[in-house]
Structures are given as C-alpha cells and as structure tokens.
Ligand binder design. Sequence first.
Ligand code: DOR
Ligand code: ZN
Length: 446
Amino acid sequence: MPAYGPGPSSPDPRETALILAGRAWVRGRLEPIEVAIGQDGRIQSVGKIRSGAPRHDVGESVILPAATDVHVHFREPGGPDEVENLATGTVQAALGGVTLVGDMPNNPHSISDPERLEEKARLVPGRAAVDVLLYANPFGAAHPERLARHAGAFKLYLSPTTGISEVPDPAETDALLRRLADLDLPLAVHAEDPAGFVRGEPPGDPRAWDGARPPAAEMEAIDRLLAAPARLRLHVAHVTTAAAARRIRAAGLSFEASPQHLLLNERSGSDPRFKVNPPLRSEAERLALWEAFRHGEIPILASDHAPHSVEAKERPFDRAPSGMPGVETMLPLLLARVRAGELDLPTLIAAACDRPARWFGQPLGRIAPGHRANLIVVDFRARRPLSGRTLHAPCGWTAFEGMDAILPREHYRDGERLVEAGEFVGSARGRVVRPEYAPGPPGAGP
Ligand code: DOR
Ligand code: ZN
C-alpha cells in the first residue's frame, strides 16, 4: 500500500453519500431536481441521479443554499457578563439557516494582534456548530501585515461603540486605509463620523438616539472611505439610508444592510432594546432602504447580531449598551417577506447566500457542483410569529417579537444534518475559515 492517499477504510470522495430530492434553487430558479452530495461533503451533480445512495425527498418544501452572515458579535473571549459565546451563537446561526459567520473583533481585549487572534481561533474547534471567519481590528495593531496573515478579514471602527473607545482621527484613517490596501484582505468599516454627532440632552429613546448619531454622520464617514485606494477591498457595514446605499453603490464598493434597519424604525419601540449603532431611523428612511433592498440595490444582508443581557438593557436609555440579537432571525424574517409577496426569492438568495459567501471567498451559497453541500430545507407554509421565549439567544429577547418568520426545517453542513424538524441535532464541527479566493468587483447584480 502506498504511504499516501486514502487508506482502505476511507470513503471514496467520488461516491455519493446522500441525494436530496425536491424543488431546489439551481441556475437562478426553483426546479424539481435531485442533488447528489459526495462523501467529501461537496455537491457532486444536480439533475437526475443514478445511485443507490440514501435518498431524501423534501416533499412540499424547497432546497436552498444556506446563508452567510458577514457580521456577528459572539463575544468570545469576553467578560463575565456576556450573554453569548461561540457555542450558543453558532447554534442560533444553524437554526436560522446561517452556515458561516464573520465574527467581529470588538472583544473586551480588541483582536489587534496575532496572539489574541490565535487565542480566539483556538475556541472554535469542538465548540462551533457552523464555520467562523475571524475579523481583526487593524487600528492600534503594531503589525497589520502580520495580522493579515492570520485573520479572515479586517474590521475598522470610525466611531466609538460597544468595546471601542479609541478611534482613528481622519489623518490616521487615511494613512491606515493606504497601508491596508497592500494587504489582500476584505475590510469592513463601521462608518459613522463622531464629528457629525450632535451633543445635547442625554438621549432617552431611539428617536433621540437617531438625532444624536444622525444619517449625516454616516454619510460623512462614507465620503471619507470613498477616497480610499481603489484596490482596497472595502465593505461598509450596516448602511441605514437609501442615500448612503446609492453613494456607495455608485463607487462600486461592497456594503450591507441589516434586518433592524430594513424592518424597524425609531418608533418601533421606545426602550433600550431598540438602541443600536448606527441608530434606527425614521419610517421614511426605513421604507426607502427597504425599497432599495427589494430592488436588489443592496448587495449583502447581514444581521449585526449583538446581544446584551436584559439587565443591561433595563438601564436608563442613555446608559444602556447598543445592539440586538439577530443571527437566528435574519433569514427567517426575510423568507416570510418572500412568502408575503413583498420580496423576490432571487433577490434574497443573492443578498443572504451568494454574494456574502463570495465576499468571503468561500465555495458556498449556490447549489452547483463543486460547492460545499451547505443547504437548507424551507417549508414556506410554516410561517410563525417570532417570540424571544422560543428562540435560542441566551439573552432571551428579540426586537422582532411578534413578526412573522419562516425558520428552516433542515440545515446540512457538508451534507451532514445540523437541523432536523427545526431542532438542532448537529455537533460542533465548525472550523475557522479564511478567504480561498478573491472575489471580483462587488456590483449588485446576481
Ligand atoms: O449596536 C451595536 N452593537 N453596534 C456596534 O457597532 C457594536 C455592537 C455590539 O458589539 O454590541
Ligand atoms: Zn456590529
């Protein structure tokens, strides 16, 4: 026997392990078809499959690619009061149809050097249910070049927020952007310019929070980013207005919008559970952002899952932390909008599955040969109102309470079942991933 290659008991990766049969999202539409999944967890072929492998017919449900969420805060390593960790966060992701998350670096000790990044990476194997790409914070990093060799992406904060008190001044920002342009990693930016914040009475509700961190502060930060070197792979996080979306799109950069800014406004609730950075906006701004999303003008949907405990959110508004959970509800809320006829399925799949996976350079987000068999099964008839009590976030609450959602019935990771009948049945096989290829220009087209 040669000293290389698979041993006699290793399964032949060319052998089919499982066939999923039903209406599946292939070539940009739903088709009655069969999907063959190999022993290696990759999609082998799509069509009529001749094989004796186990066959699972999804009946009236549909088979879709699982989603990638480029923006979560799973808080590990964290402080004693955290209500999330990589294990709890990735189970919520799996239940919400999210198969890969990008975890942000605003831990209590910012992830700004390779040692901290390695420490965080060591927490993933054996604990994460889905794959994790780790962001590093380049501001204050002694060696962004060394960080770039280990991180999956960079995240730069231009304004203070949870865990971030120091931010670069404009000259430092410009210099850092030039330096990062030589490192071939995606860079997400929290774009609010503190110079545009309005000081006055301590804000007491989401409307006052919107007034204190207004859309103009977001636009000012975006304008600064547009002057960055063109070769920098820039992505603007949680854009809140259609005007900002138009400006970034015209410049050909990548960006995301989050369900809270698409579905909630500054009057959706008055308590600190509705406090987020950047703030919830007026109903007119929300509607314009939703229209842009509906028309496929927003390339990426991301949750900005940022849970805080009930106790922290019970503080007076101006002293409560910003952020809300969302990784379990992002795709289900939007699937319900598809069912209601308010959103097209191709637009949602492009923004939640295909483009974010490509932005992270992963073979995910499409049902096509060679891609990983990370798939979900959705029954569009199974629409239910959300409740913080039945969701899986340890914080125990959702700002989307009572809104319709369609949670996936099944979720497969590399062909292995993570979710069955809406329950988590998987194990912690998630791993740390880094970009495998550089995507082409973002554009918003499919
Ligand atoms: O609302 C937010 N919460 N915005 C951020 O920028 C950070 C996040 C958090 O980590 O809680
Ligand atoms: Zn965030």
